[in-house]
Design a protein around this ligand. Structure first.
Ligand code: KIV
Length: 271
């Protein structure tokens, strides 16, 4: 008979406590059961079943083709492999374009085993954050570079560099927290802006390409393992396999470096 695991499951409360204690936490993407198990055993706090699966699993050049059924399939695989991590699931492109649709699809993800859901956008998703949060679904609002609106943004550019854009991001982040968002994810924003927002908000702030000062860090697991499909990985990516002898130890080194504020360093941060 196997001994029951003594490690506690990571909940929203755990993540809030990390923020309160000023202790960094880690997040990684996973799309299938074996990798989810390795990631969870390495001590990663949050596993994101991200719509980045459109690129790293399906070979598309954006997240737009990913469907709800595909996301649910990968989520179910991850749930089976997970041990103690908090599982966040992405709501795919157009799966929350109306409140009713968003509500139905968030319900499906939670019933498939997610502990929270992630939606992209600014103030326009406030109402949905409130509706879902009031009904017990923790929402992570994804701001800054939002890959589902890549066609409107016109490429993978750093967001919040000019004063007007910066102010808009700050105000929208505050509005989202007020409406009930439980977490915020900032992608590709200058480090000083991410720091300011992290200090301003009570909810945990997760960063990717947002510098060292956010409460948590997230990476796409393929990037961490140096098997990115891109010719040149983005500035904020670090290949942890360069200094590790196995996948397990690369993930453990990522956890260690984030906890010790060694990653992301200046070279991974936008000024
Ligand atoms: O889908 C994803 O993997 C993401 C991360 C890049 C944050 O949203």
């Amino acid at each position: 008979m196997s001994t029951p695991s003594k490690i506690k499951t990571v909940t929203l409360r755990t993540l809030n406590k990390f923020k309160e204690d000023n202790e960094k936490f880690t997040c990684l993407t996973a799309y299938e059961s074996t990798m989810a198990s390795v990631i969870s055993d390495a001590g990663v706090d949050v596993i994101l079943v991200g719509d980045s699966l459109g690129m790293v699993i399906q070979g598309h050049d954006s997240t737009l083709p990913v469907t709800m059924d595909q996301l649910i399939y990968h989520l179910e695989c991850v749930v089976k492999g997970n041990n103690n991590s908090h599982i966040m699931a992405d709501m795919p492109f157009m799966s929350y374009s109306t409140d009713d649709l968003g509500f139905e699809n968030a319900k499906k993800l939670m019933q498939a085993g997610a502990n929270s859901i992630k939606i992209e956008g600014g103030e326009w998703i406030s109402k949905m954050a409130k509706v879902l949060s009031d009904r017990g679904i923790p929402v992570c609002a994804h701001m800054g570079l939002t890959p589902q609106t890549i066609n409107r943004i016109g490429g993978h550019h750093v967001q919040g560099r000019d004063p007007t854009q910066k102010e808009k991001i700050i105000n929208e982040a505050i509005a989202l927290e007020k409406s009930g968002a439980s977490m915020l994810l900032l992608e590709c924003v200058p480090g000083d802006l991410a720091k300011l927002i992290t200090q301003e908000l009570q909810i945990p702030v997760i960063g990717i390409g947002a510098g060292v000062h956010t409460d948590g860090q997230i990476m796409v697991v393929h990037d961490l393992l140096g098997i990115s499909c891109l010719e040149k990985p983005p500035k904020f990516v670090k290949n942890f396999m360069n200094e590790s002898s196995s996948i397990q130890s690369a993930i453990e080194n990522y956890v260690k470096d984030v906890k010790e504020l060694k990653f992301p360093s200046k070279e991974h941060t936008f000024e």
